[in-house]
Design a binder for this molecule. Structure first.
Ligand SMILES: [Zn+2]
Length: 197
């Protein structure tokens, strides 16, 4: 990933800059997990993973290490879909986790084109992804995977549709939280004042 000549895709210098994976409480999700913060070398890795399967495998390893001792009884794995067929650039990692953790996969659809969230102001993002997902008979418990939380609008829109179609308990797992999201999150924790959704 860097200029280091080690044979590993992520050298020990780079991986030493990665934050520890953590759990946090981000309503309406019952539990949320992030593998890192979206900055420095970890950000590079997450960006590379969008197009590079080796980078995605590296993230997959980090996710599985974090999930090793965690139990998800009765949960289905799902991820944010990219199209109306329910396909996603996260399918590969979802399949890895499914095998390792022995969790079935649940798929839903993205039924409407949206603009790229990172090109929009925060206040436009919720509207951009509103009602863009379609789920049917979704399972009661879902562990929902996405790559990065920035405004949280995409995950919340998916949450809304999943709970509308039957889910009762939804956890979210992301590779990274953006530094801005994390700052705002910590601020809201201190004041006990979660943003309103
Ligand atoms: Zn390196």
């Amino acid at each position: 990933m860097c200029d280091d000549l080690s044979l590993k895709y992520v050298c020990s210098n780079c991986s030493s800059t990665f934050e520890k994976a953590f759990e946090f409480f981000y309503p309406p999700f019952k539990k949320s997990f992030s593998i890192g913060i979206y900055k420095d070398k970890f950000k590079d890795l997450v960006i590379k993973a969008k197009s590079d399967s080796i980078a995605m495998e590296e993230i997959s390893k980090l996710v599985l290490r974090f999930l090793k001792d965690k139990k998800f009884d009765g949960f289905y794995l799902s991820c944010i879909p990219d199209d109306k067929f329910g396909r996603s650039h996260l399918d590969r990692i979802v399949s890895n986790i499914s095998k390792e953790k022995r969790l079935p996969i649940y798929k839903f659809q993205k039924i409407r084109e949206t603009k790229k969230q990172h090109l929009l102001y925060f206040r436009e993002r919720s509207l951009n992804v509103e009602d863009c997902f379609k789920a049917e008979l979704s399972p009661e418990r879902v562990l929902l995977i996405d790559d990065v939380i920035t405004s949280g609008a995409t995950l919340r829109s998916a949450y809304k549709e999943l709970t509308r179609s039957g889910s009762k308990i939804v956890y979210s797992l992301v590779f990274a939280v953006s530094p801005l999201f994390w700052e705002n999150y910590k601020k809201s924790q201190r004041t006990n004042n979660f943003p309103v959704w």
